[in-house]
Design a protein around this ligand. Structure first.
Ligand SMILES: Cc1cc2nc3c(=O)[nH]c(=O)nc-3n(C[C@H](O)[C@H](O)[C@H](O)COP(=O)(O)OP(=O)(O)OC[C@H]3O[C@@H](n4cnc5c(N)ncnc54)[C@H](O)[C@@H]3O)c2cc1C
Length: 245
């Protein structure tokens, strides 16, 4: 594929703030809570599997600026006014996790965005998606939206086997589940993968972990222009995230 074909399409949207209410609560796994929100989604757009919305919570100090956290629109239906968010529950729980844990049917949530989408072309021979629990909503969305027969390898690091998820996909997908509780080694797992020629690699998870994975793929000679890595959270730093490329 020509080098310029691997540039993602970037699309900007008008930023809107919305008021949604909790309509359904579903425990997907012990540490993954799905909330389906309902409300006016007119004009809501999300074209990229790794888009995010901002969840807005009141400043606990009483200030005017809300506390914000990023979450993936896991699924949405504008005509029905429904938006699905999956919360990877963790300790220490910050405002997003605390809110999700306590959220009852009818509770209010303010969201903003997505401000834009980044859409990757579907033309690569092989896609590799590497992530922890916070990346699973994007990975699930990618798998569900993939064209028939697309080669996708998923490498997911979760706490234990109870955190595994299953997805319906038309892709030709391979899954490698790694468990933190068993000290599984992500770099060793990458070495055991058959990566094919020049795959597109997407990495998201704790920032240092994502950086280490990316560095290992660089060392293995993968094209840095085809690796997109994001720190979806930073250990010990509430509310932080980092684009690593
Ligand atoms: C583009 C993007 C999309 C994202 N999509 C999702 C999504 O769909 N679902 C989802 O669950 N998360 C997602 N995240 C990650 C989520 O925004 C962070 O985990 C966020 O910090 C959670 O906010 P909080 O208020 O619960 O905790 P914070 O107040 O931010 O953090 C409190 C403490 O918990 C730690 N911490 C934060 N997250 C985790 C974690 N996952 N595991 C262990 N410790 C953690 C922090 O280092 C801090 O010490 C996404 C992040 C980005 C940048």
């Amino acid at each position: 594929m020509a080098e310029d074909n691997c540039t993602p399409l970037r699309v900007r949207f008008e930023l809107r703030r919305r008021e949604l209410r909790v309509a359904e609560r579903i425990r997907l796994t012990p540490n993954m809570l799905r909330l389906i929100l309902s409300g006016d989604l007119e004009g809501f757009q999300s074209l990229g599997f790794d888009d995010h919305v901002k969840l807005l919570f009141p400043d606990p100090q009483g200030g005017d600026t809300p506390v914000m956290r990023d979450y993936t629109p896991r699924a949405f239906d504008v005509s029905k006014g429904r938006l699905t968010l999956d919360f990877a529950l963790h300790e220490p729980a910050g405002p997003a996790t605390q809110w999700a844990l306590q959220a009852k049917i009818g509770d209010l949530l303010h969201i903003g965005g997505p401000r834009g989408s980044q859409v990757w072309p579907d033309a690569f021979a092989h896609y590799v998606l590497v992530g922890d629990e916070t990346a699973l909503p994007a990975i699930g969305r990618r798998l569900e939206g993939a064209p028939a027969g697309q080669a996708i390898t998923v490498l997911a690091m979760v706490e234990n086997a109870a955190e595994r998820q299953t997805w319906i996909t038309r892709a030709k997908a391979d899954f490698c589940w790694l468990y933190r509780a068993q000290a599984n080694d992500v770099l060793g797992a990458i070495d055991a993968l058959s990566l094919g020629a020049d795959p597109l690699v997407w990495i998201a998870g704790e920032a240092q972990w994502a950086r280490t994975v990316r560095a290992h793929l660089h060392d293995k000679g993968l094209n840095p222009k085809r690796i997109k890595a994001s720190g979806y959270w930073l250990k010990g730093e509430p509310g932080a995230h980092q684009a690593l490329d």
